[in-house]
Design a protein around this ligand. Structure first.
Ligand code: ATP
Ligand code: MG
Length: 325
């Protein structure tokens, strides 16, 4: 049985269909990356799973319990981290956590222990006395996570916990999530940045305009979006001539100059309009070494040649642009 499952989950806001028959299946202990651009329906889905929004039709289930019918049994086993934390004036970190622990009927010595445990886990122990409003955004995000861990839920529903964080804070959140994963929690985490979740998640779902475009292991997303190998070439001059030469080369599927949708290794070193992207047809059997050979034979000087990593961002762009079925 899946820990999280939706069956033809549909949500309408008046006549607008924000979720269109969404079918998700997430097993126990899995970390599932829920990826999609703005307005895709991530928050809507997560709020339904968190029992805060009723589906228009279809079903959402947590651990076999149906949202909307068994909310009281569902709430103790889920922890929901919303995209924005509310304001808590004049409350210090410990008070804030004790307040929520009390709401979960955790009292006395147990409460003290639980609060101190979650502070430890989220690396916030040294801030136990600080006012919540004085914490940085990254710390507030970690405090949000600390709060939902108080009742030790099996399932964590996290809506873009890393958004608006600096790189260091992102890494800290990622480490925290890894730790939670090791603890055996089932995690659904949303983001519009695919690579952020690649390392962390066992599988991903890509949603756009309320429809699930893809669901499966991270490596399958990559495989599916991959359209042959792409190489980057920079020549010392006459970039346009070099590109035209390569267009005619055997095994070459397409050639373009300039910024590609992926961040390639040549970026940062060369101006975009100097980088030639050469996509090879994987089935042709032609060697990529034919590219530099041809250029050299035609008198070009190569200053850079590398395989472009087809990263998750590219995969995402391709999948959401409908380039891949
Ligand atoms: N309360 C509402 N009333 C009407 N439309 C809504 C409401 N909430 C969301 N929507 C619409 O539903 C769609 C999905 O919104 P949702 O917030 O779920 O997207 P999201 O994937 O979380 O986007 P983001 O990345 O911007 O957070 C959007 O088109 C949004 O405008
Ligand atoms: Mg959202």
């Amino acid at each position: 049985m899946s820990m999280i499952e939706t069956i033809n989950l549909t949500k309408r806001y008046d006549s607008f269909e924000a979720l269109k028959s969404l079918n998700l299946k997430i097993d126990e202990g899995e970390c599932f990356g829920f990826i999609g651009p703005n307005g895709a329906g991530k928050t809507t889905t997560i709020k339904i799973l968190a029992t805060l929004l009723r589906p228009s039709s279809g079903q959402a289930m947590i651990n076999g319990l149906t949202v909307g019918y068994q909310n009281r049994q569902i709430r103790p086993i889920i922890g929901y981290v919303p995209d924005f934390m509310g304001a808590y004036e004049d409350m210090v970190v410990t008070e804030y956590l004790e307040f929520f622990a009390a709401a979960f009927n955790i009292h006395g010595a147990q409460r003290k222990r639980v609060v101190s445990d979650v502070l430890e886990l989220t690396d916030l122990a040294y801030k136990h006395d600080a006012e919540v409003n004085s914490l940085s955004r990254g710390m507030q995000q970690r405090l949000s996570v600390a709060r939902v861990l108080l009742h030790d839920p099996k399932v964590l529903l996290m809506d873009e916990p890393a958004s608006g964080l600096d790189p260091r804070a992102r890494i800290e959140i990622r480490e925290l999530l890894k730790e939670l994963r090791r603890m055996g929690k089932t995690i659904l985490i949303s983001s519009h940045i695919l690579h952020e979740l690649a390392e962390l998640c066992s599988s991903v779902g890509i949603i756009e305009r309320g429809e699930l475009l893809f669901q499966g292991p991270v490596r399958d997303v990559l495989k599916r979006a991959r359209m042959g190998r792409v190489y980057q070439v920079v020549v010392s001059d006459r970039t346009g001539d070099a590109a035209r030469l390569l267009e005619k080369a055997p095994g070459v599927a397409s050639v373009s100059i300039g910024a590609e949708e992926s961040a390639g290794s040549a970026n940062g070193h060369y101006a975009d309009d100097r980088v030639i992207h050469v996509a090879m047809d994987d089935d042709s059997g032609e060697s990529h070494l034919d590219i530099p050979n041809r250029l050299v034979n035609a008198g070009f000087r190569i200053t850079h040649f590398a395989e472009e990593s087809v990263n998750l961002e590219t995969a995402f762009m391709r999948l959401t642009k409908g380039l891949v079925q």
